[in-house]
Design a protein around this ligand. Structure first.
Ligand SMILES: CC(=O)N[C@H]1[C@@H](OP(=O)(O)OP(=O)(O)OC[C@H]2O[C@@H](n3ccc(=O)[nH]c3=O)[C@H](O)[C@@H]2O)O[C@H](CO)[C@@H](O)[C@@H]1O
Ligand SMILES: C=C(OP(=O)(O)O)C(=O)O
Length: 417
């Protein structure tokens, strides 16, 4: 198995260009199969999740050509086929095939999704949405069968503002007769990205990015070209890593507005953050103040960034409180950070972090963002080599991580056991 080796104690310096967003890409790829002709996506990130998604689309009969950062998906020969097992289990976002296949063919059989298993990730709100549109849903031996003779627009109130449920309902509703209104919809930038693609394919969606989304379904969707938004989670991770190493880094090719919660927290800690049109510069300081962080739905501080933020807070003076209100138990990075000398106690959904020195150690990433947290910690260690195993999780969501960090002056390399 591969591992990352990181010799700490080097401030990151230079410029890093951020790729397209994983959490958009894994929704836009299944959205593309709603079209009758070719969809071209630019700014596609090079990630294992994206590669697996392409294989899933090929399994369904789509033609997929991926060159550089651009992908061409021709779904004209695509057929609905049961996918109870196999690659669907490797991804959380394979559940978007439910909405996309239901919309296009009126039926879908998809194995319950995988992805990072930090705690149960229910899909009851997705199912409630499909049923409201007129579908019958059956759960059978770990697969979900969904079918509908005809999808009809409906008003759907989500009990929780779920990103996954909002997108899945948008996908199915794009082919429903009449208007669908989602109330208490999630407002994440990735939802706007999916709505932008669907609108370019001919659907009429209004209100994406607000809590009420209206989708006017159409009889057929056509191909189009779309550029994927920048990855705010990768960007936030580099912002945090730059601060943790006392570095000076320009994070480029981003939408600074998507990172306001991170910018505000870093400033509160004493990090110097300068915002430009498409980039943010982070200049570290010799000492940081402890702060309290609450991970919330967008525009709150992203749950995906709370693990890397935990590592930075170990470098602050005093006691910080970090609570996750999206996933109450997303703390698999904490025992590993403790191996590195961090002083952290978890009580309920809150990590209580007392600042102090980190030491190099052998640690294991139990999920994607836990991995990012350990990389940040390894970079922040004053001296010594940290070994991070579980690299396959990190590869799910960080494009070109080792080369990017090396360009910023870090001493990082991959090795295998
Ligand atoms: C709101 C939020 O920050 N969502 C994040 C969440 O999305 P992800 O798609 O995993 O989660 P959702 O946004 O769908 O869910 C938000 C909350 O609603 C609950 N829930 C969800 C669906 C459902 O049918 N029933 C239900 O109870 C979840 O358990 C969670 O507590 O993780 C992704 C990967 O880490 C991030 O990219 C998303 O930004
Ligand atoms: C956990 C994540 O991904 P997924 O929801 O695809 O498992 C993530 O992006 O942090």
């Amino acid at each position: 198995m591969e591992k990352l080796l990181i010799r700490g104690g080097r401030p990151l310096r230079g410029t890093v260009a951020i790729s397209g967003a994983k959490n958009s890409a894994v929704a836009l790829l299944p959205a593309s199969i709603l079209a009758e002709s070719e969809v071209v996506l630019d700014n596609l990130p090079h990630l294992s999740d994206v590669a697996v998604y392409c294989e899933l689309l090929e399994e369904l009969g789509a033609s997929v050509q991926w060159t550089g950062d651009t992908i061409r998906i021709d779904p004209s020969a695509l057929r609905s086929k049961p996918m109870p097992n196999g690659k669907v289990k490797l991804l959380r976002a394979s559940y978007y095939l439910m909405g996309a296949l239901l919309g296009r063919f009126g039926e879908a059989t998809i194995g319950l999704p995988g992805g990072c298993n930090f705690e149960p990730r229910p899909i009851d709100q997705h199912i409630k949405g499909f049923e409201a549109l007129g579908a019958t849903v059956r759960n059978d031996h770990g697969s979900v069968h969904i079918s509908a003779k005809k999808l009809k627009g409906a008003k759907i109130y989500l009990d929780v503002a779920s990103v996954g449920a909002t997108i899945n309902i948008m996908l199915a509703a794009s082919r429903a007769e009449g208007a669908t209104i989602i109330e208490n919809a999630a407002k994440e930038p990735e939802i706007i990205d999916v709505a932008t693609l669907l609108n370019a394919m001919g659907v009429k969606i209004k209100g994406a990015g607000t809590e009420t989304i209206r989708i006017e379904g159409v009889e057929s969707l056509h191909g189009c070209r779309h550029s994927i938004i920048p990855d705010r989670i990768q960007a936030g991770t580099y912002m945090i890593a730059a601060a943790a190493t006392g570095g000076d880094v320009l994070i480029d090719n981003i939408i600074p507005k998507h990172l306001e919660a991170v910018t505000a927290k870093l400033r509160e800690m004493g990090v110097n953050v300068e915002e430009f049109d498409e980039s943010i510069r982070i200049v570290g300081a010799p000492e940081y103040s402890a702060v309290d962080v609450k991970a919330l739905a967008y525009p709150g501080f992203a749950t995906d960034l709370q693990s890397p933020m935990t590592s930075l807070l170990t470098q602050a003076k005093g006691v910080s409180l970090l609570s996750d209100y999206v996933y109450s138990n997303r703390f698999k990075h904490v025992p590993e950070l403790m191996r590195m000398g961090a002083n952290i106690r978890v009580e309920g959904r809150t990590a209580i972090i007392e600042g102090g020195r980190l030491n190099a150690a052998k640690v294991r990433a139990a999920d994607l963002r836990a991995g990012a947290s350990l990389v940040v910690a390894g970079l922040a260690v004053e001296d010594g080599v940290t070994e991070v195993s579980g690299v396959e999780f990190i590869d799910r969501g960080y494009d070109n991580l080792v080369d990017n960090l090396r360009l910023l002056g870090a001493e990082v390399w991959r090795d295998s056991d």
